[in-house]
Design a binder for this molecule. Structure first.
Ligand code: KIV
Ligand code: ZN
Length: 506
């Protein structure tokens, strides 16, 4: 059975060194606490030789780290760096020294100006030196910087790994320091190393995201034998960043791997890191982007609404609650949106609506959205209120007067014509329908219902709502609503809204 993934966080080192304003000690401590809440088992706290502040921070985190958390300090393969790093990490219960040197032919030649044999010797000596400082049970990570560019000298690199393992390295880290080509080129190299080294050696990957494939490279490397995954919160890191922790953790979880971290803390952590780093989360960033759960096309909105309470969603990779996201899948209304989203947004806002009504008002809403792009919810609700409770059309009610117990006088216009007609009936609704019948505007009422309204929602003081259904001449059942302070007026308004809805259908 594959080993559980071991997350080694590099936010405080690779992430921090790429910030426009690197964090101070207190800020690093704050980030460290977030990492502890996420249950990250290993943290690269900094590069102690790089500055006094990094040294002090590493030391502070080493002092406060829980006993089961590995605290690592980075050091070039030079004695002074190693001495500084060892000093900084030594208060930790589980200190780790991480040393590195570039091993790609290109970097050895043009950057280090060293021949391979010299680089190999330096690597071995650095590990031996670290071991001499840390003692028998030393935890030492060795990285071949630019490992992703080592296809042509992979045999030499593997030979070096074997030698540094013999010298005391316990973790061999394989960085894709610059992501230049396809994921498979990298994972093939990872697999070669995994097959060549003793199985008790911790194989690690550290991928940069220059071509946007760091998550894929890291996830696939896990399946090739890399157990330690070096990742950063919000994908912070040099250039296009390091592998994003959230994406890797969720991708492994979705692939059936037991991921021993607290996924539910992801979203709140991401927002805090955004604030602290001043690196804005891209709108469409997977999982944590403000748009990552937004649907605007009618088809997607329909699928999203139909599966919204299910763990698997029609158009999302996870249930938002997995990462502690409480915002529902966002439904934005544009000219591309459909009736299901309208229905959902209006219902979520507390207003009464049926899917049929949403379908009826959809063209008006789309027309308004065409002019502005995404229609703000307030505008959407305003249109809804007009299109549902004040339907414009050829019919216009002027008044309904009670003549006596069962007689009402209805005054209304139909286009240019004015009508004043008395109708008998058992209450205003009945009388009004009878009056309309006499003027040739008979309607077949198939449903009637009175409901109390939330005054605040309508903002008009109305508390009574009438819901009626007419059977239109084409056999279609239409629904109409009326709202008013008085039940009688709500009834009549519903009738006239219904008349106008039917008139517009013809
Ligand atoms: O990207 C890289 O190669 C590094 C090493 C120091 C591990 O950050
Ligand atoms: Zn890096």
């Amino acid at each position: 059975m594959a080993k559980l993934p071991f997350f080694y966080d590099i936010t405080l080192r690779d992430g921090n060194q790429s910030l426009k304003r690197p964090w101070n000690i207190d800020e690093k401590e704050e980030v460290f606490k977030l990492l502890m809440d996420l249950k990250i088992p290993a943290v690269e706290a900094g590069f102690p030789a790089s500055s006094e502040m990094d040294f002090e921070t590493c030391k502070r985190l080493a002092e406060i780290a829980p006993s089961n958390v590995t605290i690592s300090g980075l050091a070039r393969a030079v004695e002074n760096d190693i001495i500084r790093a060892v000093e900084a990490i030594s208060p930790a219960k589980k200190p780790r020294l991480h040393t590195f040197i570039a091993m790609s032919p290109f970097n050895m030649k043009y950057v280090l100006n060293k021949c391979p044999e010299e680089v190999q010797k330096t690597a071995i000596e650095a590990v031996k030196f670290a071991k001499s400082k840390l003692g028998k049970n030393a935890d030492i990570e060795f990285s071949a910087e630019h490992f992703g560019d080592c296809a042509e000298n992979i045999d030499f690199v593997i030979e070096t790994f074997k030698k540094v393992v013999k010298a005391g390295a316990t973790t061999i880290n394989l960085p894709n320091t610059v992501e230049r080509s396809r994921v498979k080129n990298f994972t093939d190299l990872v697999e070669k190393v995994y097959n060549a080294l003793p199985k008790d050696i911790n194989i690690s990957v550290h991928c940069h995201n220059d071509l946007g494939m760091a998550t894929a490279a890291t996830v696939e490397s896990y399946f090739k034998g890399a157990v330690q995954l070096e990742t950063a919160l919000n994908g912070l890191g040099e250039r296009a960043g390091n592998t994003n922790f959230y994406e890797v953790a969720v991708a492994l979880h979705n692939s059936g791997v037991d991921v021993p971290v607290d996924l539910s803390k992801i979203y709140e952590t991401a927002l805090i890191i955004e604030e602290m780093s001043k690196v804005k989360i891209y709108e469409k960033a997977p999982l944590i982007g403000p748009e990552a759960l937004a649907h605007r096309s009618g088809i997607h909105q329909d699928g999203a609404v139909k599966t919204k309470d299910m763990e698997k969603g029609a158009y999302r990779p996870i249930h938002p609650s997995l990462i502690g996201r409480k915002d529902d899948e966002k439904l934005g209304i544009t000219s591309q949106s459909g009736k299901t989203a309208l229905y959902e947004i209006i219902s979520r806002a507390g207003y009464p609506i049926t899917i049929q009504e949403a379908e009826r008002i959809s063209p008006t809403i789309k027309e308004a959205a065409e002019k502005v792009g995404e229609l703000p919810t307030r505008n959407l609700i305003d249109i809804y209120l007009k299109e549902v409770f004040d339907v414009k059309g050829p019919f216009h009610i002027l008044k309904l007067d009670k003549v006596n117990e069962n007689d009402y006088k209805l005054t209304f216009t139909h286009n240019e014509d004015r009508f004043e007609v008395e109708g008998k009936g058992n209450g205003p609704l009945d009388a009004c329908l009878n009056a309309l019948k006499q003027t040739g505007f008979e309607q077949k009422l198939v449903h009637y219902e009175q409901k109390a309204m939330d005054e605040e929602l309508l903002g008009s003081g109305a508390t009574a709502m009438t819901v009626i259904k007419f059977e239109a001449p084409n056999g279609k059942i239409i629904i109409a609503r009326g709202q008013d302070e008085s039940t009688a007026n709500a009834n009549v308004k519903a009738i006239f809204n219904g008349l106008n809805i039917i008139a517009k259908m013809q």
